[in-house]
Structure formats: C-alpha cells, structure tokens
Ligand binder design. Structure first.
Ligand SMILES: Cc1cc2nc3c(=O)[nH]c(=O)nc-3n(C[C@H](O)[C@H](O)[C@H](O)COP(=O)(O)OP(=O)(O)OC[C@H]3O[C@@H](n4cnc5c(N)ncnc54)[C@H](O)[C@@H]3O)c2cc1C
Length: 485
C-alpha cells in the first residue's frame, strides 16, 4: 500500500477506538466526529491527501523497497541531496498548518527511521529486538502508520533525578516479565496527539538511573489497559472565522496511563537496560535527524508569523515607525537565522556509522535552543504591535447581527475593511493569546526537553579545543590546568 488517503487515516483511527478520555468521559463513537478532535483529524487527513497527489509525488514521497511510494520522512538519506529532499517534504506539510502542527507524522516517522537504521545497537540485549524494530519500521512504511510517543516521567518530584525504587512507583515501569511479554504499569508524559495515531512508541529519557523504567517498545494505540487522558481541548467548537487556528490545529496532549499493559515480546526493543537507554541518543543520529525535521518546520512557522505581523502593520498603518520596523526586522533575523542553521547543517552533513547521511548536529542544536528563546519574543512582538486590536475582535455572529453596521463603520482600518481587519487580528490573537496560542509558546520551549537541558547538551558536546588552543597560543600558555571542558 505505502500511502494512505486522509479518509483511510480517519477510518483506521475510528476503527481502532483507543481508550481516550476528555472532560471526564471516555470518547465513544467515531473520534473524527468528536467536537474536540474533528478539527485536528481533518487537518491531519489533509496531509495524507496532499502526499498522494500526483503533482506532489516526487516532492513528498520516495520509492520504498517493495517498489511502492511512501512518505519521505521514512526514507533513509544517503546523500546531501536526500537531506534537502527531506527538508522540502517536511516544509510542504508544514505549510498546510503554518508550522503549527508540531507532531505531523513526519516527526515520529523520522525518529523511527533513524532508530531503525541503527537497529543493530538494540541486538546487544537480544538479536530479536533489532528485528522487532525493523519489522515495525517495515509495517509503518507499508501502512503509513502514524505514531505518538512518550519519553518523559510524571512531574511528581524533580528534586531527585528520577524515582527511587519504592513499592509505589508512579512512572511507567516493568512490573512483571511473562512468557508473553512485559507487563508495564504506571504513567508517562506527554503524548501530543495521544489517541489520534495508530501506535504509541515509548523510549526512555536520557540520563535515566532506574532500570525498571529503561524500556523501549511500541504498541497499538488500542492496546488493552492503555489510557490516553487528554487535556481540555482548545478547539471550542467555534467557526474558522472566530478561532482560525484552534478550530483546525489543536493537537491535544495526553497523559499516558499503563494499567498492567502487556507489551508482547515481538514489540520490545529493549527492557530494563540502562546501558542502552543511555547510549541510545549518543550512538544513533536521533538528535540531528529529529532536529532537522523540527527546524525545517520552524522556518515555515516563522514565515507564517512574519506574514501575520506584516499584515497587522499594514492594516493599521504603523510601518512608518522606527520601533515597528525594528520589531519586524527582529522577526526577519530570526527567520533568516533558522534558514542558515538548517542549510549549514546540510552543507556540513556526514555519513554516520550506520550509513545515514546526517546533518551536522552543532548548527541544529544551536537552532533549536535559539528558537526556544526567540519564539516568546515573536509572541511579544505580536502583542506589542497589536495592542487593543487583539481584543477588539468581535466574532462571526456579531458580524451577522443587527450591530453589523456599527462594526463595519468603527472597526474599519486604514488599509482594510472591518471584516478583513478582524480576521487578521483574530488570527494574531489565536496565534499568541488564546489557549491554543499560549500552548504554542509553551510547546516551542519544552517539546524537545527543557531549554536548560538543551544548553547543557551544547555545553557538553561542542568542541572548543581549537578556540582554547588558539588563545593559549596567543598568550603563550603551555599547559592549561582548567577542568571546565
Ligand atoms: C505542549 C507540550 C507538548 C509535549 N509533547 C510531548 C510529546 O509528544 N512526547 C513527549 O515525550 N513529551 C512531550 N512533551 C514533554 C516534554 O518533553 C517535557 O515538557 C520536557 O522534557 C520537560 O520536562 P517536564 O515538562 O517534565 O519539565 P520538568 O523537568 O518537570 O521541569 C520543570 C521546571 O523544573 C526545572 N528542573 C527540573 N529538573 C531540573 C534539574 N534537574 N535541574 C535544574 N532544573 C530542573 C526545569 O528547568 C523547569 O523549569 C511536551 C511538552 C509540552 C509542554
């Protein structure tokens, strides 16, 4: 099969019936008709339809080993041109949502592709485990599966690194090993799109110290005992006019509960294995390939934000002011810097030990750290430029009511009629101030681990030896006794 249509995606998830809880109720019936989910499922379905289009075939897909077409994110890059192709495919999908769908399927398909290319690493515990990963990858490629994932333990007590081994372990852990597989019990954070994908993939967080939690596996979203507990939906059932973004792109985020879930042995990639849990991220090209997808999307998102800002500026005619130009320039600098980071990573790409053409990690780590810093600035700029315009935004019903003429008169702008002006400012509000918009700001700062962790990784991995040698040479210092590197 290789590729599925949007309708096939919707039917498959409707048939799966995962245990998804929203607002104290288990979702029954078709997920695609649930008020909280129908917007995002429709948007996701459009991604599948897009990659099936004949005119997008070369851009969005590649020929898999069975000779069929599959989504580009599954393709293992072998050349720098392949990396460029991957970027362009990521960006084509991102354009459908202005980069606001953080977890479009290409994110986890990239992760699965990367881990699978390094599958031999997983055979150190059991040769079958690397085969399990390859099998999953092959069926994902054949069936165009989508995944959600959870890497993080519940936020109960961050005073210690992770939980002690007590009788009341909260974080999901191996409770028992049986002939059939592992019994997993406990909770995990935080599955964006939890319940809206075919599979849940579980990997341990790096730096873990408790063996019962050092597990990696993937299970179908409807596995018995697996619960997705979603936050309140930010799709409040409003029209696209009123909530242009929340009504389309709210991905929902779910806490995952494993209630004595059986993970069959043929779905296990490793278990209770601290060595593999800690090697996984260093020995594979997980970081560069995943961040390559992320930053390609962030470029599109920045272009979208720039477009919104410039339309606000034009609409109320504030582009002549110096500070407005400075603010717009700051957004342009952010956008151009992101493009440069990604291109630099592709130019410096090298083949990794698993044969994958891998973008250079240094510019990508810089990009993801930088974006977490500038994204709140983008939000701020929109608020500082929009001012009261961001709350003078009557809804669609107001424009269809007896006060319509008042609105058209008093909400007109220098360069737009009232309706267009409100459309633009509502978009800016939904991007930055609504529940949907503020979650976007949180997302860009945390979805890839906290900003502090990213900074620490950069500090610990960036090679500064040439710089320090240069300074030592300049100062004629022979022996550096410093121990900070
Ligand atoms: C919108 C959103 C979507 C997400 N989607 C997913 C997803 O799909 N899949 C997934 O696996 N994860 C997802 N995440 C989770 C994400 O990976 C975590 O938020 C991130 O790793 C940070 O962990 P935490 O939220 O538990 O924060 P915490 O680690 O609890 O941090 C809270 C605060 O405490 C500080 N802190 C904690 N520990 C330390 C320490 N040791 N030293 C110094 N300071 C410390 C942090 O810096 C931070 O300021 C998502 C998060 C968000 C916000």
């Amino acid at each position: 099969m290789g590729l599925i249509s949007g309708q096939q995606y919707i039917e498959r998830i409707n048939n799966l019936q995962p245990e998804l809880w929203i607002d104290g109720e288990r979702v029954t019936g078709k997920l695609s008709e649930h008020p909280a989910l129908k917007g995002i499922m429709k948007s996701k379905a459009k991604l599948y339809d897009l990659q099936m289009r004949e005119d997008k075939k070369d851009l969005m897909t590649f020929q898999n080993e069975s000779g069929e077409r599959s989504g580009m994110a599954f393709s293992p890059p072998k050349t720098k041109e392949d990396l460029e192709k991957r970027r362009l495919a990521f960006q084509e999908w991102a354009k459908t949502s202005g980069g606001l769908l953080g977890r479009s399927p290409d994110y986890l398909n990239t992760i699965l592709m990367t881990f699978t290319q390094s599958a031999d690493l997983f055979s150190s515990q059991d040769p079958d485990f690397s085969r399990n990963l390859r099998n999953l990858y092959e069926s994902a490629v054949q069936n165009d599966y989508s995944f959600t994932h959870t890497f993080v333990h519940p936020q109960v007590n961050r005073g210690r690194f992770f939980f002690d081994l007590s009788s009341n372990q909260i974080a999901a852990h191996v409770k028992e090993k049986t002939d059939d597989g592992l019994i997993i019990h406990g909770a995990r954070l935080l599955a964006t799109q939890g319940g809206l994908t075919d599979e849940l993939i579980v990997f341990p967080q790096g730096g873990i110290v408790d063996a019962p939690m050092a597990n990696a596996f993937s299970i179908p979203a409807n596995t018995k005992g697996l619960k997705f507990i979603a936050r309140e939906s930010f799709d409040y059932g409003k029209t696209h006019f009123d909530h242009p973004l929340g009504s389309r792109f709210d991905e929902i985020d779910s806490i995952i509960v494993f209630d004595n879930v059986l993970v069959p042995w043929d779905r296990v990639f490793f278990y209770e294995n601290l060595k593999l849990a800690n090697e996984l991220y260093l020995e594979t090209s997980f970081y560069p390939h995943t961040i390559h997808q992320v930053t390609s999307r962030c470029i599109v998102k920045s272009e979208f934000i720039l477009g919104v800002i410039q339309l606000m500026v034009n609409t109320i005619n504030i582009g002549g002011y110096d500070h407005v130009q400075e603010k717009v320039a700051d957004v342009i600098v952010g956008l151009e810097a992101m493009k440069a980071f990604v291109l630099s990573s592709e130019m410096q790409a090298k083949v990794d030990r698993w044969g994958l053409m891998t973008p250079a990690p240094e510019p990508l780590f810089a990009a993801i750290r930088y974006y977490a810093k500038i994204y709140p600035m983008f939000t701020d700029i929109i608020q500082l430029l929009g001012a009261s315009g961001l709350v003078s935004i009557p809804g669609e019903k107001d424009f269809n009511s007896p006060i319509k003429e008042d609105l058209e008169e008093y909400l007109q702008a220098a360069n737009a009629g009232a309706v267009d002006r409100v459309k633009i400012f509502r978009l800016a509000w939904d991007l930055t101030m609504s529940a949907f918009g503020s979650r976007q700001t949180l997302y860009e700062q945390f979805f890839f681990g906290g900003p502090l962790n990213l900074a620490k990784m950069i500090y610990q991995n960036y090679d500064r030896s040439e710089s320090t040698e240069w300074i030592k040479h300049f100062l004629s210092i022979e022996d550096d006794k410093g121990n900070s590197e």
